[in-house]
Design a protein around this ligand. Structure first.
Ligand code: ATP
Ligand code: PAF
Ligand code: BAL
Length: 281
C-alpha cells in the first residue's frame, strides 16, 4: 500500500500508475473518503470498492470546515497507525492522508449546501456543516478523480447532498450507497461511539430500537407518519432528540409511508454525543 499526503503527489502517482505497477487495460478507481478511526462500517465500504474496481483509494482527513465552533474537532478520535494497518489488511492500494494545509488555502472558494435540503435535520443543529462536507468532497473527488465513490447510508443526508452535488455539477463519478453496519445489538457503528460511557452505550440502543419498532409497525400495516413518530419519540425518551423524521428519498415531508421511497431518520444526543441512525424502506 502506498501512503501519499499531498494532492499533487497523488495526481502524479495516478498518472504514472499503470507504468509503475505494470497494469494494462481499462482501470476503474474506487474511492472511500473517511475521517479515520476506522471501524467495520468503513471496512465494508472498502470491501465494496475492492470488489468492483482495479484500484482502491481511501482518504483519511478530519475535515476542519465541517466542524462548527465548539464541536469536537480537537478531540475527534485519531488512530493513524491502527488505520494504516486496517487499510493494508483490507487491500487498499493507496491511502491519501493529507494535512489541512494540503487541502485548504487561506482564502477559499467553497460549495454551499442547498437552502432546503442542506439546512434541515442535521443542518439545523449544525448549520454550516454540509457546506464543509460538500466543499471537501468536491476537492477530494477532483484530486482522486474516481470512477466510483462509496458512502454509507448511515449519513443519509450527507449521501443525499453529495449525490445532488454530483448531479447538479455534472460530475462523472458514480456515487455508491452502502448499507449501515451495526453491532450485534443493533447500534450503528460510528467513530463517535468511543465517546459513550457504559451507561450511555446502553441508552444509545434506544435509537436503533425506535427504528426497529417503526419497521414493525409498518409491517403490521400502520403507515401513518404521525403515529409512527409518536411511538418512536416514546421509545427514545428521555434522550434529547434533535429530530425524528419520516421523509421520502428526496427528503420531502410525507403523510404516509411509501415502501421503496421512504427514509426514517433519527438524531439524538446521548450524554454529550450526537448520534444518528436511519432505515431505508
Ligand atoms: N456503520 C456504518 N455503516 C456503513 N457506513 C458507515 C458507517 N459509519 C460510517 N460509515 C460511512 O463511512 C464514511 C466515513 O464516515 P466517517 O469517517 O465520518 O465515520 P463515522 O463513523 O460516520 O464517524 P462519525 O462518528 O464522525 O459520524 C461515510 O460515508 C459514512 O457514512
Ligand atoms: C464524507 C466525509 C469524509 C467528508 O469529510 C465525512 O463527512 C465522513 O466521513 O462522513
Ligand atoms: N460522518 C459525518 C461526519 C461528521 O459528523 O462530521
Amino acid at each position: 500500500m502506498k501512503i501519499i499526503s499531498t494532492p499533487l503527489e497523488l495526481k502524479e502517482y495516478l498518472k504514472n500508475y499503470d507504468k509503475t505497477v505494470g497494469f494494462q487495460g481499462n482501470r476503474s478507481v474506487g474511492f472511500v473518503p473517511t475521517m479515520g478511526a476506522l471501524h467495520e462500517g468503513h471496512i465494508t465500504l472498502i470491501k465494496e470498492a475492492r470488489k468492483a474496481n482495479e484500484i482502491v483509494i481511501v482518504s483519511i482527513f478530519v475535515n476542519p470546515t465541517q466542524f462548527l465552533k465548539g464541536e469536537d474537532l480537537d478531540k475527534y478520535p485519531r488512530k493513524d497507525e491502527a488505520d494504516k494497518k486496517i487499510c493494508e489488511l483490507s487491500g487498499v492500494d493507496i491511502l491519501f492522508f493529507p494535512n489541512a494545509t494540503d487541502i485548504y488555502d487561506s482564502d477559499e472558494v467553497s460549495i454551499l449546501a442547498p437552502n432546503v435540503r442542506g439546512f434541515v435535520l442535521e443542518g439545523t443543529s449544525r448549520p454550516s456543516h454540509f457546506n464543509g462536507v460538500l466543499t471537501v468532497v468536491m476537492k477530494l473527488l477532483n484530486i482522486v478523480n474516481p470512477t466510483k465513490a462509496y458512502f454509507g447510508k448511515k449519513d443519509a443526508q450527507q449521501l443525499n447532498l453529495i449525490s445532488l452535488m454530483v448531479k447538479q455539477f455534472f460530475m462523472s463519478v458514480e456515487i455508491v450507497a452502502v448499507d449501515t453496519v451495526r453491532e450485534n445489538d443493533g447500534l450503528a457503528l460510528s467513530s463517535r461511539n468511543v465517546y459513550l460511557s457504559k451507561e450511555e452505550r446502553k441508552e444509545a440502543l434506544k435509537i436503533s430500537s425506535s427504528l426497529h419498532i417503526a419497521a414493525k409497525m409498518l409491517s403490521s400495516g400502520i403507515v401513518d407518519v404521525k403515529e409512527i413518530i409518536k411511538k418512536m419519540r416514546e421509545i427514545l425518551s428521555p434522550l434529547e432528540i434533535s429530530y425524528v423524521e419520516i421523509l421520502n428519498r428526496d427528503f420531502e415531508i410525507i403523510k404516509e409511508v411509501e415502501i421503496g421511497n421512504t427514509v426514517i431518520l433519527v438524531e439524538a444526543k446521548v450524554g454529550n454525543t450526537r448520534l444518528l441512525d436511519n432505515i431505508w424502506l
